[in-house]
Design a protein around this ligand. Structure first.
Ligand SMILES: [Cu+2]
Length: 141
């Protein structure tokens, strides 16, 4: 009986210092099962150009449009939001439909949004005029 108690105490003492002694299996599995829902919730579908939608949002971050390629239905709307402290703009390049621009070059400050509706099918290229490498396309279906 004494030996068993000693073993239990030794096990408890070790358990405090390191991870061992069986009881940790429960703690580990409990921990990982608690982590799994959080990981699943954090996963979001890839934001690449997917099926056409009525409304799409594009973020301006890292001197880039994210995602840079989106698809909307005819009559659909794209909303750009500047999510960094660098000034940007949205200015149409090639493509069907009227020209559009968010305004003066680089005038969109952090938190500013610009919305454009697309009524003609086709592929519209656009650029941030102060960052010529900052380009994107809107495919209207
Ligand atoms: Cu820019």
């Amino acid at each position: 009986m004494k030996k068993i108690l000693l073993l239990i105490f030794a096990c408890l003492a070790l358990g405090l210092v390191a991870t061992g002694c069986g009881g940790d299996d429960e703690a580990d599995s409990g921990g990982s099962s608690a982590d799994q829902p959080a990981e699943t919730a954090a996963e979001e579908p890839s934001a690449d150009a997917g099926p056409a939608k009525d409304a799409v949002e594009v973020s301006m971050e890292g001197i880039a449009f994210e995602p840079s390629e989106v698809t909307v239905k005819t009559g659909g709307t794209v909303t750009w939001t500047n999510n960094e402290s660098v000034g940007h703009d949205v200015t149409k390049g090639d493509g069907p439909g009227p020209d559009f621009s968010s305004g003066d070059p680089g005038a969109m400050a952090e938190g500013d949004t610009f919305e454009q509706t697309f009524d003609m099918a086709g592929e519209i290229a656009y650029v941030c005029t102060v960052h010529p490498n900052m380009t994107g396309t809107v495919t209207v279906e």
